[in-house]
Design a protein around this ligand. Sequence first.
Ligand code: MLT
Length: 202
Amino acid sequence: MRHIFKEGTNSNKPVLLLLHGTGGDENGLLPLAEIVDPEASVLSVRGNVLENGMPRFFRRLAEGVFDEEDLVFRTNELNQFLEDAAKEYKFNRQNIVAIGYSNGANIAASLLFHYKDALKGAILHHPMVPRRGIELPDLKEAKVFIAAGTNDPICPQQESVELRELLEDAGASVEILWENHGHQLTMTEVQAAKQWYEKTMI
Ligand code: MLT
């Protein structure tokens, strides 16, 4: 997968896995990693799917309606990429914290839904439930921060409520921050994510 890897100054810190929203790329979220943990290594990935020229991490049939077969395929592809990247760049595969926005948050949630040890933690900005009706792996070790909008027209409030329930039922610790700026990724939620990360992840 197309990506950027930036080695951090402290190899004990988690590796921050950046996953952009629809139409973004591997450059877009780099400033977030700099805010959340300037000492951490960064692996920023571009989604392999194109929708009208806009990169995404998996196909959708309509807005908010995911192509489940492609979602499963792409989740496996990303998980395998993480295995390979850990070997290539010599970082600890067990110490990855995802930061995802929108479509990127959804593939991060899908990693959690399908693989027990894919992520140590995840910061999900404006996520949805990636898939329903499946048994989740044991997520007792996973820590998740969700930032969501009460008035988000793309990722409705109920999606984050249900996502939290499903993750908690699988054992994950979940914190949620509500804002009312629609689908926007705001600086206040990035700062709240940083506080959560410092309290929970390091
Ligand atoms: C998705 O398709 O993953 C969500 O609807 C959010 C987005 O538009 O990226």
